[in-house]
Design a protein around this ligand. Structure first.
Ligand SMILES: Nc1nc2c(ncn2[C@@H]2O[C@H](COP(=O)(O)OP(=O)(O)O)[C@@H](O)[C@H]2O)c(=O)[nH]1
Ligand SMILES: Nc1ncnc2c1ncn2[C@@H]1O[C@H](COP(=O)(O)OP(=O)(O)O)[C@@H](O)[C@H]1O
Length: 206
């Protein structure tokens, strides 16, 4: 009997490209994906709820989670820590359900190292100019930080070869559709492989 595990999908990309926006739009549609809620040491923003948007932790609590090997990956990002709880991911995949992570690029590369069977999707902006506009319009960064983010984005975009898929976030709805078709095609791919495997096993017996 072939074990039917879920698939781990990882969405990443440079800061300001629209990862959070696309992920929220995706989850308004996709009911079969399980979003893994991250742990963070940053303060909750207005309207954010503990256990819904993030699990908000102190630095000490976060450190303990690292020491107890409870995180699949973690990264420091603009002075705060972010991490993916390992147990939730493992248990959900074991139940045969797909897990979806939306994380920054250092973390995504750590997941790729520890979990190469995952499906890695890189979101890119239509242009660097547009990325700059998005970061400025979001209004969360000072001028110096915008420049730093753009310099980092250039380097991050060079890492896109390490990903399985590249999706351009031109329009949110289109990016969501592309991600949904990636999810579907990965399932078809795995079903095909499972069928071939089953056939080969049957062939061995007869
Ligand atoms: N490595 C890692 N990055 C995460 C995790 N959760 C969220 N992030 C990333 O952390 C960054 C900052 O997130 P946030 O503070 O919510 O601000 P945002 O820039 O408005 O999305 C984003 O790039 C998220 O994708 C996680 O568990 N691990
Ligand atoms: N396809 C898009 N077209 C125009 N603006 C977008 C698009 N996707 C996201 N944005 C805007 O760009 C900014 C950055 O998006 P956000 O989701 O916070 O990025 P990230 O999570 O990658 O840092 C936000 O102001 C968001 O509304």
């Amino acid at each position: 009997m072939i074990e039917e595990k879920g698939i781990l999908f990882v969405l990443s990309g440079p800061s300001g490209v629209g990862k959070g926006t696309v992920r929220k739009a995706l989850f308004e549609k996709a009911t079969n994906l399980q979003y893994s809620i991250s742990v963070t040491t940053r303060n909750p923003r207005e309207g954010e709820k503990d256990g819904v948007d993030y699990f908000f932790k102190t630095k000490e609590e976060f450190q303990n989670m690292i020491e107890q090997n409870q995180l699949l990956e973690w990264a420091e990002y603009v002075g705060n820590y972010y991490g993916t709880p390992k147990e939730y991911v493992q248990e959900t995949l074991d139940k045969g359900k797909d897990v979806f992570l939306e994380i920054e690029v250092q973390g995504a590369m750590k997941v790729k190292k520890n979990f190469p069977e995952g499906v890695f999707i890189f979101l890119i902006p239509p242009s660097l100019e547009e990325l700059k506009n998005r970061i400025i319009n979001r209004g969360t960064e000072t001028e110096e930080l915008v420049t730093n983010r753009l310099l980092a984005a250039r380097e991050e975009i060079e890492m896109m070869d390490a990903y399985d898929y590249v999706v351009v976030n031109d329009e949110v709805e289109k990016a969501v559709e592309k991600i949904l078709s990636i999810v579907q095609s990965e399932h078809c791919k795995r079903e095909r492989v499972a069928k071939q495997y089953k056939k080969a096993l049957e062939g061995d017996v007869t």
